[in-house]
Write a protein that binds this ligand. Structure first.
Ligand code: SAM
Length: 278
């Protein structure tokens, strides 16, 4: 027995899916249960849901949390959500682009803030970057995303999937995989496998660096050309030849290594040494 008969609702309101908005709606109760369990929601929590669709996950969030703010871009879904969720008085529904909202304005004085979402795939990376870098005070993000992107976020040095996204996410959060999800759990079915991933925000970033902007610039430059050594990748930083030599000696890092072999601590150390010479 399904919690919500998604197909029935789609039919009832004659809803037409918009592919470009990544509309793949969940129809699998076991996955819904695992998202709610994985997100560890209590009656103290203020939940932000990005892209509620027809409200399948929203309904479960409304029952478990203190309040839910659901942000949906598709205006055709708003009357459906209002109708289907009318029994709840703890829902705030915003017809907005989640990429353009100010999360701190939405949460006001709430302190126990958790984000839960089955994210449209096109939105995953910009959305995560926005939430991590905008000083938005959340406790955790529990999100369904494309399998490959989840693997990049959770990846460690020397793994194929390790890169700038792994370091961005792991700088701010602990990462854990909640479960894998097959395309059969959605209508319409996406072409790719998905993973529910949980990001728990750390109290302080994982490494302390003198200049965050420089730290991330070094990371991006190191991964821009994957097969290049750090020596070549970091030439864009425009240090003098002498300083460039000194940097690698002082940071105790072999310039012939490639970016994908460096731990986040090594990137932090390299960035602080380069900071001195800029
Ligand atoms: N939560 C529902 C579920 O699990 O069945 C729907 C998930 S569906 C993958 C993604 C939802 O995000 C769609 O309802 C889509 O309209 C909405 N969406 C797409 N782009 C958005 C944006 N920029 N801001 C807010 N919502 C967006």
């Amino acid at each position: 027995m399904a919690y919500i008969d998604t197909k029935e609702i789609v039919k009832k309101y004659k809803f037409r899916f918009t592919k470009s908005l990544g509309q793949n709606f969940l129809i699998d109760d076991e996955v819904l249960d695992d998202i709610i369990k994985g997100a560890d929601i209590s009656k103290d929590d203020f939940i932000i849901e990005i892209g509620p669709g027809i409200g399948t996950l929203t309904k479960m969030l409304l029952t478990s949390a203190k309040k839910v703010c659901a942000i949906e871009l598709d205006k055709d879904l708003i009357p459906i959500l209002q109708d289907e969720l009318k029994e709840f008085d703890n829902l705030e529904l915003l017809n907005k682009d989640a990429l353009k909202v100010n999360f701190n304005e939405i949460i006001g004085s709430e302190t126990s803030v958790k984000v839960v979402a089955n994210l449209p795939y096109y939105l995953t990376t910009p959305m995560i970057s926005k939430m991590l870098t905008e000083d938005f005070n959340f406790k955790s993000l529990t999100i369904m995303i494309q399998k490959e992107v989840a693997e990049r976020m959770a990846s460690k040095p020397d793994c194929k999937a390790y890169g700038a996204l792994s370091l961005l996410v792991q700088y701010y959060c602990d990462v854990s995989i909640v479960r894998r999800v097959s395309p059969l759990s959605f209508i319409p079915q996406p072409k790719v496998d998905s993973i529910v991933i949980k990001l728990d925000k750390l109290k302080e970033p994982r490494v302390k660096v003198k200049d965050e902007e420089l730290f991330f610039l070094i990371i991006r430059s190191s991964f821009n050309m994957r097969r290049k050594t750090l020596w070549n990748g970091l030439k864009t930083l425009k240090l003098s030849k002498e300083d460039y030599d000194k940097v690698f000696v002082e940071a105790n890092i072999d310039p012939k290594r490639r970016g994908e072999t460096l731990s986040i601590q090594e990137f932090g150390n390299l960035s602080d040494v380069i900071f001195k010479y800029r």
